[in-house]
Design a protein around this ligand. Structure first.
Ligand code: NDP
Ligand code: GDR
Length: 344
């Protein structure tokens, strides 16, 4: 039985990766930081049988003593380092904290493997945010980086730390340069989930409108379930390497809003410009979307679209879920949660 250790197991990707590795017969271990409710985050949505199979290690990735001990004791075959302060907007307000978790935490994991378990393979959750200010479209492994937020800068440090340890010490360490991937498990502050939840609440009369920032930002949005399979494939490759995982399609936040409302048969009509722009119900004239400058970022990443041809060629990876399907999946999941009174 192979042993896998997942940091960030309670997050969106942690949920899907745990399910995948359990299906594949792994012994799954996860690092969870203590909270007053001892909540397991997204893992609470797993079945009873799945939950019983996971081994939780309570601790924080910024605690090097704890990380050293965990890796020394477990000597996992595979480590998936997903733990991070992952919200770009928050990173502008809390850069030091973002650096501490994302750079410090990554160094702790990478160094513990070097010192105590050099046979472990490492997957590091790098990101399309590394590309930041557009240098090339579409973006691939060879596209120059130009990070545009403290989050992106911290992930750039992580990316190079992983590459440097791989080249210096011959360790099996890989970077997954993953473009945005979403799901019903996405945190509610990220734009896709904010929209799907907003649409579902508006449909059931629990909310009047959604307030958003930059409607023109474009992202390459895929489904998290497809991407965790790509993470696993990266570690099954015959050599350690860095890979882009993306869909190759890009859509604006505005398009996401339109598609999401379509799921509940509402057509959106846009009116006004800039911060005065609103999205109205085309039938009733009711304002359902407003722009609030507080959601704009000091520096924006205007457009991301990935070229995943290296992953396709070398790993046989391809995304399965398309944009329309993803939007529908997310809105329908939130409608159902409200119907089931899981959200009030
Ligand atoms: P989430 O924000 O959903 O999950 C982040 C996880 O990290 C949570 O389990 C969180 O725990 C944990 N965590 C945060 N800080 C610490 C800490 N100090 N010690 C231990 N655990 C900590 O992110 P996603 O699942 O969406 O993403 C996974 C990784 O992939 C992240 O590193 C993210 O930056 C990166 N990424 C994500 C992409 C996406 O589109 N989803 C695209 C590219 C990269 P808690 O539950 O306690 O908050
Ligand atoms: P991102 O995701 O920054 O790409 O990072 P997010 O969903 O936060 O933003 C995407 C785009 O939407 C614009 N936007 C808004 N964003 C939020 N959160 N809230 C709003 O109200 C809003 N209005 C417009 C943003 O300005 C941005 O352009 C995600 C995270 O998962 C990272 O961890 C990961 O590395 C990258 O994806 C790839």
């Amino acid at each position: 039985m192979k042993v896998a250790l997942i940091t960030g197991i309670t997050g969106q990707d942690g949920y899907y990766l745990t399910k995948l590795l359990l299906e594949k017969g792994y012994e799954v271990h996860g690092i969870v930081r203590r909270n007053s409710k001892k909540s397991l985050g997204n893992l609470e949505h797993l079945s009873k049988e799945e939950k019983e199979q996971i081994n939780i290690h309570w601790g924080d990735v910024t605690d090097s003593t704890f990380i050293d001990r965990t890796i020394k004791e477990l000597k996992p075959d595979e480590v998936y380092h997903l733990a991070a302060q992952s919200f770009v907007g928050f990173s502008f307000e809390n850069p030091k904290y973002t650096y501490d978790v994302n750079i410090g935490g990554t160094l702790n994991v990478v160094n513990a493997i070097k010192e105590y378990s050099p046979e472990s393979k490492l997957y590091f959750a790098a990101t399309s945010e590394l590309y930041g200010k557009v240098q090339e479209i579409p973006q691939k492994e060879t596209t120059p980086f130009y990070p545009r937020s403290p989050y992106a800068v911290s992930k750039l440090a992580g990316f190079w730390t992983v590459k440097n340890y791989r080249e210096s010490y011959g360790l099996f360490m890989c970077n997954g340069i993953l473009f945005n991937h979403e799901s019903p498990m996405r945190g509610p502050e990220f734009v896709t989930r904010k929209i799907s939840l907003g649409v579902a609440k508006i449909y059931y009369g629990l909310q009047k409108y959604i307030e958003l920032g930059n409607l023109n930002a474009k992202r390459d949005w895929g489904f998290a379930g497809d991407y965790v399979y790509g993470m696993w494939l990266i570690l099954q490759h015959h050599k350690p390497d860095d890979f882009v995982l993306a869909t190759g399609e890009t859509h604006s936040v505005r398009e996401f809003v339109e598609k999401a409302f379509k799921v509940v048969d509402i057509e959106i009509e846009w009116e006004g410009k800039g911060v005065k722009e609103v999205g109205k119900n085309a039938d009733t004239g009711e304002v359902l979307v407003k722009v609030n400058p507080k959601y704009f970022r000091p520096a924006e990443v205007d457009i991301l679209v990935g070229d995943y041809s290296k992953a396709k060629k070398e790993l046989g990876w391809e995304p399965k879920v398309k944009f329309d399907e993803l939007v529908e999946m997310m809105v329908k999941a939130d409608l159902k949660r409200i119907e089931n009174k899981e959200i009030i």
